[in-house]
Design a protein around this ligand. Structure first.
Ligand code: DAH
Length: 339
C-alpha cells in the first residue's frame, strides 16, 4: 500500500511538472483526485486494510492528497503569471504612435444666425423668451385675431393633436403668452420651431424656425418699428443696407407691412440673387392690432406696440448664400463644416 501511494505521488508529481497549460492540470486533478481517480481508489480499498493499520494508511493517503493539491495550486499560479505576462506584453501601447484627432462639432448655420439676431436685439434691451411648440389653437390663432373661419388658417395648415391643440404654425403665439404675464412694458424676441404641413422642397419644410419680436409700451409708434428694424437690417447685412416697407396684411397687426432689404450682393443694382429687383423680402411686421391688446386686457388707448416675425432659415440661407433649405437639415458634416 505504501509503495503504491509513493508510486502514485511520483507519477502525479511528474505529470504536474511536465504540464504545459492549465487545462493539463484539470486533467491531472481528475485522474488522481476525481471520483474514479487513482488516489480515490486507494481510499476505497481501505476496507481491506487491517484495523490497526487503517489510521496510519489513512494518514498517508491524506498527506499524499495534500501534497498533490499543493503542487497543483503552485503550478496553477505559474500558469496564471505566465498568462498575465503574455497579456501585458501583447497589450503594450506604442506611445510614439500619432494620436487620433477628435472631430470637433460645429455650430449649425441656424444657430449662428439665431445667436446673431439675439445679439442684435439684446443689445437694444430686448429679452429673449420661449413659448411652447405644442400650442392651443386659441394662442396660435384666436387670440391673434384669427377666428375659426379666417382664410389665414388655411395658409398655415398644421398638425393637429386634437381640435384644440396643435403644433404652432408661428411664433406669434408667444406674443399672447407674454401679454398674459401682465407686465408692461414688453420688449421681447422669441426664437423657436414652428410647423406647417408643407411638402419638402428647396424653400419649404414641415418644420422650420421663426423669431418673433414684440414691443408694448406707452407712445410706441410706427416710426419706432421702422427705426428698430432699420438698425436690425444694418447690423445683420451691413451698414449700407437700405430697408423698404411694403403694405401687407396680417390679422394681428394694423397697419401691417413686409420689410425688404436692399440686396447685399449687388447693392440694389439687381442680380440673380435678388431676381433682378435689387430687393429681398425678409420679414413681416406691423402695429399690434387693438383687438389683440383688448383680448389681453391691455387698453389700446393707453398702450401701443409693434411686432415682427422673421424666418430664421431665410436669414441663414441669405447670409451664407445657401440655395437649398434641405441642406440645413441633412446634417452632412462636410456641408456644416463650412460655416
Ligand atoms: N407670424 C407671421 C407668419 O408666420 C409673421 C409675422 C408677421 C409676425 C407680422 C409678426 C408680424 O409678428 O407682426 O407669417
Amino acid at each position: 500500500m505504501k509503495d503504491q501511494l509513493k508510486a502514485i505521488l511520483d507519477e502525479a508529481m511528474e505529470r504536474i511538472e511536465n504540464a504545459t497549460q492549465s487545462d493539463d492540470l484539470n486533467e491531472i486533478k481528475v485522474a488522481f483526485l476525481g471520483k474514479k481517480g487513482k488516489l480515490t481508489s486507494v481510499l476505497k480499498s481501505m476496507k481491506d486494510v487491517s484495523a490497526d493499520q487503517r489510521p496510519i494508511i489513512g494518514q498517508m493517503v491524506n498527506d499524499t492528497r495534500v501534497q498533490l493539491e499543493e503542487k497543483l495550486e503552485e503550478k496553477k499560479k505559474v500558469f496564471e503569471r505566465q498568462e498575465l505576462e503574455a497579456k501585458i506584453a501583447a497589450e503594450t501601447i506604442d506611445v510614439t504612435l500619432p494620436a487620433k484627432k477628435p472631430k470637433m462639432g460645429h455650430r449649425h448655420p441656424n444657430s449662428i444666425a439665431r445667436e446673431e439676431v439675439e445679439r442684435i436685439f439684446t443689445g437694444m434691451g430686448y429679452e429673449v423668451v420661449e413659448g411652447p411648440e405644442i400650442e392651443y389653437d386659441y394662442y396660435n390663432f384666436e387670440a391673434l385675431n384669427i377666428p375659426a373661419n379666417h382664410p389665414a388658417k388655411d395658409e398655415q395648415d398644421t398638425f393637429y393633436i386634437n381640435s384644440d391643440i396643435l403644433l404652432r404654425t408661428q411664433t406669434s403665439s408667444v406674443q399672447v403668452h407674454e401679454m398674459e404675464k401682465g407686465r408692461i412694458p414688453i420688449r421681447m424676441i422669441a426664437p423657436g420651431r414652428v410647423f406647417r404641413s408643407d411638402e419638402v422642397d428647396a424653400t419649404h419644410s414641415p418644420s422650420f424656425h421663426q423669431i418673433e419680436g414684440l414691443v408694448i409700451d406707452k407712445d410706441v409708434t410706427f416710426a419706432d418699428l421702422k427705426g428698430t428694424l432699420d438698425v436690425f437690417a444694418k447690423e445683420l447685412f451691413g451698414e449700407d443696407t437700405k430697408v423698404k416697407f411694403r403694405p401687407h396684411h396680417f390679422p394681428f397687426t394694423e397697419p401691417s407691412a413686409e420689410m425688404d432689404v436692399s440686396c447685399f450682393k449687388c447693392k440694389g443694382k439687381g442680380c440673380r440673387f435678388c431676381k433682378g429687383s435689387g430687393w429681398i423680402e425678409i420679414l413681416g411686421c406691423g402695429m399690434v392690432h387693438p383687438r389683440v391688446l383688448e383680448m389681453r386686457g391691455i387698453d389700446p388707448e393707453e398702450y401701443t406696440g409693434f411686432a415682427f416675425g422673421v424666418g430664421l432659415e431665410r436669414i441663414a440661407l441669405l447670409k451664407y448664400e445657401i440655395d437649398d433649405m434641405r441642406l440645413l437639415y441633412e446634417n452632412d458634416t462636410r456641408f456644416l463644416e463650412q460655416f
